[in-house]
Design a protein around this ligand. Structure first.
Ligand code: GLU
Length: 455
């Protein structure tokens, strides 16, 4: 059990991930969510999800679902909020998240409080905040102390808008009001928000409270050091879901993007990260997203993965390409998937390494007539005879049987190994030949050979 860390003020840690529903969960956003979640789990605190959806135009259920599904996929469960989860199913009893669109009254109440104390005023139908002209010091747990003065543009109009003339509250205002009302103790977010923080600090003080502690996390850059934009491949979490990454590998990789355990280890179980994670260790320089490293790490995860988890993810990946494994006996599914465990790095590769196990007939990528010309078919016919007569159908016996035919025909083994693989799987590469033939079993193998012999 992780001990509950009570801050010197006696307050339990409360953190939040506060995405705007843009229709897409950026990999940087996923990392921000993860760091908040890790800090909450490390301290025994509370992790809140708050959807910043005051911009009604962009606010669709679909855009919200992208965020919720992304966090669920990563296993970053939020702790609090109205009870909205369905009574049954995978999200049973799930609480929250909070939606800013449902919290309008709070914003109204808070703006009235500022107006009453002349800390805000109306101008041209909008409500503006009387911003201090003094520099503001932001103590930041990652970046250090940062002092912000008004920018030249802000000097012309320091009093920023809280509520627009159309009644829409602006980001700075709702963000602070919610952090205040939700008792947020630590604001952990992307460094792109550092430039907003002086406004936020001033607002907290106007409400008579000290701001939360800040931890601005350096951005994630592309491998070449350029800024990662929405259009960059790999910027969206959905890419990793679709390409068959294991969530635990993605989480592990995201942990290492901007945070580093002392021992310089790469593969770290999440339980260990929870124990080790702390805000001051977040690295101050920008992190570079290295897809090759994630790809490598994913392969390590697949290789070392517990078998049941591996079957679960592989079956899921097969379902994504329309293969229903339910029709097959469990032992067969497991044996089939066992032949690829050491081979695949991404679960999307089950298409190449395992789909043929679950199809009635093999799909040939090349023209079977060219693939199996008469001389190849005559060799396969001899092999078929030997396989039919073989006393057993295990990998070792099959290998011996094939090698005997090779000797008998006086050919190189490749001239038989390649065509039999093609006939059985439709592909030139895949799991070990004798293992896959054993799993397919005599009936399927003979039927597949018969099919090409009839060409
Ligand atoms: N809605 C803001 C965003 O998506 C959140 C900023 C914050 O975490 O305070 O960038």
């Amino acid at each position: 059990m992780v001990p509950v860390l009570i801050e010197a003020t006696g307050m339990k840690v409360r953190v939040r991930f506060a995405p705007s529903p843009t229709g897409f969960l950026h990999i940087g956003g996923a990392r921000t969510a993860l760091f908040n979640w890790l800090y909450a789990r490390h301290t025994g605190g509370t992790f809140i999800l708050r959807i910043e959806d005051t911009d009604a135009a962009r606010n669709t259920q679909e855009a919200v679902d992208v965020i919720l599904d992304g966090l669920r996929w990563l296993g970053l469960h939020w702790d609090e909020g109205p009870l909205t989860g369905e009574a049954t199913g995978p999200c049973k009893g799930e609480r929250g998240p909070y939606f800013q669109s449902q919290r309008r009254e709070n914003y109204q109440r808070r703006v009235e409080a500022l107006l009453a104390r002349d800390l805000a005023y109306e101008h041209d139908g909008a409500i503006r905040f009387r911003m201090t002209r003094e520099p503001i010091m932001i103590p930041d747990l990652v970046v250090g102390n940062v002092t912000r003065e008004l920018t030249d543009r802000e000097k012309l109009e320091p009093d920023f808008i809280l509520i627009r003339s159309d009644g829409q509250p602006v980001f700075h205002f709702v963000n602070v009001v919610d952090d205040l009302d939700m008792g947020i103790t630590h604001v952990i977010r992307g460094e792109d928000h550092l430039s907003n923080t002086a406004k936020h600090v001033a607002l907290f003080r106007a409400f008579g409270v000290e701001p939360p502690k800040y931890a601005h996390i350096p951005l994630i850059l592309n491998i070449d050091g350029t800024k990662m934009s929405k259009r960059d491949k790999g910027a969206s979490l959905t890419t990793y879901v679709e390409e068959g990454y294991a969530p635990e590998a993605v989480v592990n990789y995201l942990c290492l993007l901007g945070w580093s355990p002392k021992q310089n280890r790469e593969k770290l179980p999440i339980r260990e990260v929870i124990e080790l994670f702390d805000l001051p260790q977040i690295l101050r320089h920008n992190a570079r997203f290295d897809i090759n490293k994630l790809h490598w790490l994913n392969g390590e995860y697949v290789r070392e993965m517990d078998r049941d988890r591996y079957y679960e993810l592989a079956v899921h990946a097969l379902a994504r390409i329309g293969i229903d494994t339910n029709k097959f006996p469990l032992d067969y599914i497991k044996a089939a998937l066992d032949t690829c465990k050491e081979k695949i790095k991404l679960f999307s590769e089950v298409k190449i390494f395992a789909d043929f196990y679950f199809k009635d007939a093999v799909d040939f990528e090349t023209d079977p007539a060219t693939e199996f010309p008469p001389e190849v078919r005559s060799r396969l016919a001899r092999l078929r005879e030997a396989f039919a007569a073989s006393p057993a159908f295990d990998a070792a016996t099959l290998e011996k049987t094939l090698k005997a035919v090779v000797v008998e025909l006086g050919i190189k083994s490749g001239l038989l190994v390649h065509p039999v693989r093609m006939a059985a799987t439709g592909r030139p590469v895949g799991p070990g030949l004798y293992q896959l033939l054993e799993v397919l079993g005599r009936d399927r193998v003979l039927a597949r050979l018969d099919r090409v012999l009839k060409i």
